[in-house]
Design a protein around this ligand. Structure first.
Ligand SMILES: *Cc1c(COP(=O)(O)O)cnc(C)c1O
Length: 398
């Protein structure tokens, strides 16, 4: 058998290496948390989406173990056939209550929730207008749907309106899609303005709260709550795998929207129901998000502390070849843009040697290379001080 048809794979990988874009997995040992073990070294973890520290909370573990003992490890079927347990219904009602919506539907992942919802809501005669920095799953949903897809400039409401003016009338339905917290930039979408435009131009809005849920809003419901947009006609997506410390995704909205998705979203109908353990852990997490607002408070204390410290360091930097610049993040995702992919990789290695685990995010994931620092409620201030000291050293001042 000839291997010729596969020869391009080697070349493609070589090109990735050459462009400093090659990536590989990293083994992390032991329990999730603000510190992790890697190759025998203890690292402060600034690369986790576990914002509230719930992935290691014993109450989630106990709930998951109890669910396995009661139901087994697998849910054994799709929701509409043999996979539905009372636990799924409980979780969906709890998520709807957290979000203040009529109903919710749980998917196997946030990625699948976006694919499923977008492909169900629009098709070839329709139009999707999405923020250019939207998450990969929103883009993938657009492709699967077959709808005409156009990007508007990042958070640029005037550009969105221009596209609506030019293109809306020649399409049946229109869906505007946006992250609520941009996952690789840490800034927030202009949701009230987007909703106003949607109202004017008869468009649906899908907002992805993957990094918003549990983090924003007095009740921890997300950016929709934080922006004063709860109760508006919205399709809200989220994940159970970030602040909620489990695995899975969901859509919340009106009774008719969720009922429609249960009948029309292939990514929900034709896949196995969420496992009992993941479902139970997520349910416990949703309850904790509501009962323990002090976790959110601790998270925001850390965010404000770190941003203040980083800005002071960067303001003093004059000589650095790195040219680190903080992007306008307004969330626990703090991004420091640098001069090049190679410089950012080297910077993250420097931080690693200092015992700090910070992700280097590069094209094609993002347009410009950056250090991506994510904070948790369970970080201690002295861990943030260590980050500050290392950044100071990195920028050539100490
Ligand atoms: C992580 C993420 C997802 C995917 O969620 P998973 O549950 O991990 O599949 C979707 N959208 C955004 C914005 C994300 O950051």
């Amino acid at each position: 058998m000839s291997s010729e048809p596969y020869a391009w794979l080697d070349k493609s990988l070589a090109a990735l290496h050459h462009a400093h874009r090659y990536r590989s997995v990293q083994v992390i040992d032991g329990m999730a948390g603000p510190t992790i073990q890697r190759q025998g070294q203890t690292l402060v973890n600034f690369a986790s989406n576990d914002y509230l520290g719930l992935a290691s909370d014993p109450r989630l573990a106990e709930a998951a173990i109890a669910a396995i003992t009661t139901y087994g490890t697998g849910s054994t079927g799709s929701r509409l056939l043999s996979g539905h347990r009372e636990l799924h219904g409980e979780l969906e009602r709890a998520i709807a209550a957290l979000k203040g919506t009529d109903d919710a539907i749980v998917f196997s992942s946030g990625y699948l929730a976006n694919l499923g919802a977008i492909a169900a809501l629009v098709g070839t005669p329709d139009l999707i207008l999405g923020d250019e920095y939207n998450h990969s799953s929103l883009r993938a949903g657009g492709k699967v749907s077959g709808a005409t897809t156009l990007d508007y400039r990042h958070c640029d409401v005037a550009h969105l309106e221009e596209l609506l003016k030019t293109h809306r009338a020649s399409h049946r339905r229109c869906l505007i899609t946006t992250d609520s917290v941009f996952s690789m930039d840490g800034d927030l979408c202009p949701l009230p303005a987007i909703l106003d435009l949607a109202d004017t131009y008869n468009a649906m809005v899908l907002v992805d709260e993957a990094h918003g849920t549990g983090v924003f809003g007095d009740r921890g419901s997300g950016v929709v709550e934080h922006a004063g947009c709860a109760g508006q006609p919205l399709v809200t997506v989220g994940t159970l795998s970030k602040a909620l410390g489990s695995l899975g995704g969901y859509i919340t909205g009106s009774t008719v929207l969720i009922d429609f998705l249960r009948n029309r979203a292939p990514g929900w109908i034709y896949t196995t129901a969420l496992s009992p353990a993941d479902t139970a852990a997520a349910l416990a997490a949703v309850q904790i998000v509501q009962q323990e607002p002090e976790r959110r408070k601790a998270l925001w204390r850390n965010v404000n502390y770190a941003i203040h410290q980083i800005d002071q360091i960067l303001a003093k930097t004059t000589t650095a070849t790195l040219r680190l610049q903080r992007l306008p993040s307004a969330s626990p995702i703090i991004c420091l843009q640098g001069a090049s992919a190679a410089a950012i990789v080297e910077a993250s290695r420097h931080l690693l040697r200092a015992g700090l685990w910070v992700a280097a995010v590069r094209p094609p994931t993002v347009p410009t290379s950056r250090l991506r620092i994510t904070l948790m409620a369970t970080h201690h201030l002295d861990q943030l001080d260590r980050l500050g000291a290392s950044l100071l050293h990195l920028t050539g001042q100490a």
